[in-house]
Design a protein around this ligand. Structure first.
Ligand SMILES: NC(=O)c1ccc[n+]([C@@H]2O[C@H](COP(=O)([O-])OP(=O)(O)OC[C@H]3O[C@@H](n4cnc5c(N)ncnc54)[C@H](OP(=O)(O)O)[C@@H]3O)[C@@H](O)[C@H]2O)c1
Length: 338
């Protein structure tokens, strides 16, 4: 299997990614036990299939170490010169505290060493508490480390539109913001996407397939209890569905998506992913990968094999219109973490 050229997206003039990124929260332990050797073997399958871009974080269990091991084995199998084919985007999610140059430099140094790289492709910064303005200190030091060659591109995760604006106003150059975005959670469409499009900032999205809930597996199924949902991801997005409009409305959505999916000869998840990839400012959708446990490579590849037409949106919109306003209920992107 190889992905079509349409699967590639130029995130910056010097950085091309796969439009579906492999999410590594799923190796953290909260989504089933991961065998490290098997996980790294599996990373080769993703890469060889064309899924060359990884999304990880300092706190996703062994994720950064797995990238390090994958790169070592990749260089041994191929050659050092081909390591540039791999894109690995990590995050720094610090506990609030003083954001001095040594604190920031040490955190970046740990990620560099775990991932076995001289420079981070993309560092996505998260901040827990807007009342504490030291996120700006951290970002200024990160920008300095970018100039020093330790970070190629600086990015954010879970920042809302207001604070993204504040960061830009402080002269800090940002490449992307990683946010939850799906047919259920469309908060980014309200203000974030337009702001990003205007400022040349890309959106990388998660939760787009709702932990797997947005699939045939849950079509026609009675409402699962928390105990029925085996991964932290499924539990997280079931809560989002409850806030959005509940299980009965979600079943209506799955039924409509199934009709659209059948028309295109693809799966429900493909419709969910394609619909978000087509939104303004979106550069990539991250899909969680339970490495060595289960994979959906061939199924997810089908996202790049069709296009949605206006009639498809006409079929889905009336159901989405019945949902609650998540922006009013929760707040802008990332508010659920604060
Ligand atoms: N910045 C943040 O705060 C944040 C938060 C959450 C996630 N993330 C990032 O986003 C990534 C994705 O995590 P997520 O929690 O949002 O999960 P997700 O991508 O919504 O769901 C992943 C799950 O979807 C299922 N799936 C994938 N392709 C499918 C297909 N074609 N058909 C049916 N099911 C399919 C798989 O379930 P099975 O394995 O059960 O088959 C997979 O484990 C994370 O790894 C992380 O990198 C970031």
């Amino acid at each position: 299997m190889s992905l079509p050229a349409a699967s590639r997206h130029r995130l910056t003039p010097d950085l091309e990614i796969c439009g579906i990124l492999n999410g590594m929260w799923q190796v953290s332990g909260a989504h089933g036990r991961i065998d490290r050797d098997r996980a790294v073997d599996e990373m080769f399958r993703y890469h060889d299939a064309g899924f060359t871009t990884w999304d990880l974080a300092d706190h996703y269990g062994p994720a950064e170490d797995l990238i390090g091991e994958f790169r070592r084995r990749f260089a041994a199998r191929h050659c050092e010169g081909r390591l540039g084919e791999i894109q690995a985007f990590t995050k720094w999610v610090p506990y609030p505290g003083p954001m001095t140059r040594p604190v920031v430099e040490q955190a970046v140094g740990i990620s560099l060493s775990r991932m076995g790289v001289d420079r981070l492709d993309l560092l996505q910064f998260h901040w827990w508490d807007y009342a504490d303005p030291r996120y700006l200190d951290a970002l200024k030091h990160l920008a300095d480390l970018r100039e020093a060659g330790k970070i190629r591109h600086l990015a954010l995760t879970n920042f809302d539109t207001e604070h993204l604006h504040r960061i830009i106003a402080n002269g800090i150059r940002i490449v992307s913001n990683q946010v939850q975005y799906s047919l259920v959670d469309r908060r980014p469409a309200v203000g974030m996407a337009a702001f990003c499009a205007e400022h040349g900032i890309a959106l990388l999205t998660y939760g787009t397939v709702l932990g797997g809930l947005l699939s045939e597996k849950y079509l026609g199924r009675p409402e699962p209890s928390r105990a029925d949902l085996a991964t932290a991801s499924l539990q997280k997005y079931k809560q989002m569905i409850d806030a959005w409009g509940g299980w009965a409305l979600f079943q209506e959505l799955l039924q409509a998506l199934k009709r659209v999916a059948d028309k295109h000869g693809v799966g429900i998840a493909n419709i969910g992913v394609r619909s978000i990839l087509d939104q303004s400012a979106v550069a990539g959708v991250i899909i969680g990968a339970r490495l060595g446990i289960v994979e959906h490579l061939a199924a997810d590849a089908r996202t790049f094999a069709f296009t949605l037409d206006p009639a498809d949106y006409v079929a889905i919109e009336p159901i989405l219109a019945k949902s609650r306003d998540l922006l009013a209920l929760i707040g802008d992107c990332g508010a659920e973490y604060r």
